[in-house]
Ligand binder design. Structure first.
Ligand code: SAH
Length: 213
């Protein structure tokens, strides 16, 4: 597990590219510049690690595109110490970005293989999530709610009510909604039953799956 000057250089190129594509939050750009994305992929695919594309990982899943990770993270507007719930731990790359930003991270993954692999891997890089959970993201994490922010990293066919209900007042839910194509959607909780909704264009994600198989 090496992170060399060459990797760091490639990451700075990626950061430049993301700036060019419209990411402005310096803390988010710094986090992308710090997390060694190549270590989250199989070593044979090193050359793809710092290209701005999604890439296959284990269990038919993908590591999200860096631009998408940056875009969703920017929408969360994380402050140090914020309590953040992630749905879809996957490779743990997004989890690591949230840790870099000083968030207290809770993350749920429904594929046992990925859950086990990522639970072992993240601490090796020094990223300590508060809790990694093997379970169903549709239900959120009631025992740890409420959260300052919730990020869903798979395409949701609808907005799970449980997730809206687990936001603090002022909290933000960033969720790509749709079946084949997803609209990036931000819900901000304004009151007990009051939410603002904003949309930010189309993205493509692997689906947020409803039943375990
Ligand atoms: N954040 C990840 C993205 C992985 S892709 C990364 O940075 O690599 C989406 C992930 O969501 C997959 O790992 C998939 O297994 C998981 N997923 C799909 N449906 C889910 C559900 N209902 N609950 C929790 N995780 C789910």
């Amino acid at each position: 597990m090496k992170d060399t000057f060459k990797h760091k250089g490639l990451r700075q190129q990626l950061v430049k590219e993301l700036k060019h594509k419209g990411i402005t939050d310096e803390a988010v750009l710094n986090a992308i510049g710090n997390v060694p994305r190549h270590l989250f992929m199989d070593s044979g695919f090193l050359h793809y690690a710092y290209v701005d594309k999604a890439f296959p990982i284990a269990a038919d899943q993908t590591i999200s595109q860096p631009y998408t990770v940056a875009f969703q993270t920017e929408l969360l507007q994380i402050k140090k110490g914020d309590k953040i719930l992630e749905i879809g731990t996957g490779s743990g790359y997004q989890t690591a970005i949230l840790c870099e930003l000083g968030a207290k991270v809770y993350s749920i993954e429904r594929q046992n293989e990925l859950f086990k692999k990522t639970s072992k891997f993240l601490p090796k890089l020094g990223y300590r999530a508060k809790k990694l959970v093997f379970g169903d993201g549709y239900a959120g994490l009631r025992e740890e709610a409420p959260f300052d922010g919730i990020i869903v990293t798979a395409g949701a066919p609808f907005v799970p009510k449980a997730l809206l209900g687990q936001l603090k007042i002022g909290g933000r839910l960033v969720i790509p909604v749709g079946k084949n194509v997803q609209e990036m959607t931000l819900y901000t909780r304004k009151g007990e039953k009051e939410f603002d909704k904003e949309e930010f264009g189309e993205f493509r994600f692997v689906p947020l799956l409803e039943d375990k198989n």
